[in-house]
Design a protein. Structure first.
Length: 478
């Protein structure tokens, strides 16, 4: 999931597209994954969890190859969508099967081992992605999945098939699924295409907005009245679950937005290579690995709302340290706040699962977990589109502001002329300087918005009552 984050600039340059269009590589995968996550339970019941897991792995590898072979943005986005649809079931089913294999008394140890991979993989992803882009070419970030999928899928089938469950002819809410795809796709397309088409001045954007709004309304009505809904929206009647979901949407959206924006800024305006951008952003996961066991231990002893509030306020404080960033910052000045960010992440994510799933009835746990994962993934995709658009618009606005303040005395222009720099070269030099500072100001403004989102999320969690039952946090992957 994170290997492509530092590769957007390389992909955009290779395909001759803008950075904003390049982020479609991230959002297309995230939206497709978000759509299929609520279907994982139905797929596992209908075809068997082991069969779905192994087939999804093979198809993930096949569509990774298609992404690597892409020569156009359209082909790449299609490949990423299909990759997301296949990758969606892998995470929840890996956890489900892990808990089925381990004895119940060792479930906590199994979950801890599983959590370690989910924390270390996002650290290694940007480093590996950056190194592959710089040393070879961006298609390798996709081709690397192919041998892994082809080798491990048959091994997984051979080792896990004894844990297969009998298939059940479970009904599927086809209308609900269609409405879900329509409104999510229309909303994401509106966000991705809005800047290029001058937003609501374009008939296309207005049409997409109407389709998204009508589709969402129809989806709500249908799911609330359907006997076997694809997404059980009735769990929102629990105040604790609603508060937890709003918190994770705001918090994860803010975190994901900052995580996507940082490598774009480093590569586009500070001269970092993809490798060094990956090495910089990867620091955010280092201390998270250390803090995760602590967060898991404290859940049983401390009100989880306090842990979530503390984690989010820590993230807000560390992000606030980044608001005053400048273009002449050194590597460790940039990496230091990212390193400290990792301390707050487990105290945000792990207890939030306990709050959300502990607030619903036991029979609703699986539906609540699927819906929570769906909204978390969707918030990351939407935040990426909104932030990249706002960043470009903000950079253009700050550029215009700075032009009016630049070299009013004429001293800089005179110095350039005395240095025998030509008119055209001098204008280009001044414009690049203004553009760099404009982008820096826009980046700081986005980070300030991220701070506000973290702080608001921290306040929202207090709307949730303390959970009345203990929840195994491993159920979050279902």
């Amino acid at each position: 999931m994170t290997i492509a984050n530092v590769s957007v600039a390389s992909i955009a340059g290779s395909l001759g597209i803008s950075s904003a269009q390049g982020t479609w590589v991230i959002t297309s995968y995230s939206v497709a994954e978000a759509i299929v996550v609520p279907l994982t339970g139905w797929l596992a019941g209908r075809f068997g969890p082991v069969r779905v897991f192994c087939c999804a792995m093979v198809l993930f590898g096949a569509f990774s190859a298609l992404c690597g072979l892409s020569g156009t943005l359209g082909m790449l986005v299609f490949g990423r969508v299909m990759q997301g649809l296949c990758g969606g079931p892998l995470m929840p089913l890996s956890q489900t099967l892990l808990l089925r294999i381990f004895p119940k008394e060792k479930a906590a140890a199994a979950t801890a081992l599983w959590a370690m991979t989910t924390l270390t993989a996002p650290v290694l992803g940007p480093i590996l992605g950056g190194w592959l882009c710089d040393t070879f070419d961006w298609p390798l970030i996709f081709f690397i999945n192919v041998p892994l999928a082809l080798v491990f899928a048959p091994i997984a089938w051979r080792m896990l098939r004894r844990y297969e469950m009998a298939a059940v002819q479970a009904p599927i809410d086809k209308v609900g699924l269609a409405l879900l795809v329509v409104f999510v796709a229309a909303l994401q397309l509106m966000l991705d295409l809005g800047k290029e088409h001058e937003w609501f001045e374009s008939p296309l954007i207005r049409m997409l907005a109407v389709v998204a709004a009508v589709g969402f309304a129809a989806f709500l009505i249908w799911e609330l009245t359907e006997r076997h809904p694809i997404v059980d929206l009735r769990v929102f009647r629990h105040r604790g679950f609603t508060a937890a979901v709003v918190t994770i949407a705001l918090g994860f959206g803010a975190y994901f937005a900052a995580n996507v924006l940082t490598p774009l800024w480093l590569q586009g305006y500070l001269g970092y290579t993809a490798t060094w951008a990956g090495l910089t952003t990867a620091w955010s996961g280092v201390l998270a690995v250390v803090a995760a066991p602590v967060a898991g231990t404290l859940i049983a002893r401390v009100d989880p709302r306090r842990l979530i509030f503390g984690g989010l306020m820590w993230l807000a404080l560390i992000t606030f340290m980044r608001v005053g960033a400048t273009t002449d910052m050194g590597y460790w000045q940039i990496a230091h706040p990212l390193l400290l960010t990792g301390l707050g992440l487990p105290f945000f994510f792990v207890p939030l699962t306990a709050i959300a799933l502990g607030s619903v009835e036991e029979a609703e746990t699986a539906s609540a977990a699927g819906l929570m994962n769906f909204l978390r993934t969707l918030s990351g995709a939407f935040a990426t589109s909104i932030v990249t658009t706002s960043w470009e618009n903000g950079a253009n606005a700050r550029h215009a502001d700075l032009v009016g303040l630049l070299d009013r005395s004429g001293e800089m222009w005179s110095a350039l002329m005395q240095a025998q720099v030509g008119d055209a070269a001098a204008r280009t030099l001044l414009d690049q300087m203004v553009q760099g500072q404009g982008v820096m100001l826009a980046t700081n403004e986005i980070m300030l918005c991220v701070v506000v989102a973290f702080a608001v999320a921290a306040m929202v969690i207090w709307l949730a009552p303390r959970p009345t039952r203990t929840i195994d946090v491993s159920q979050a992957g279902h």
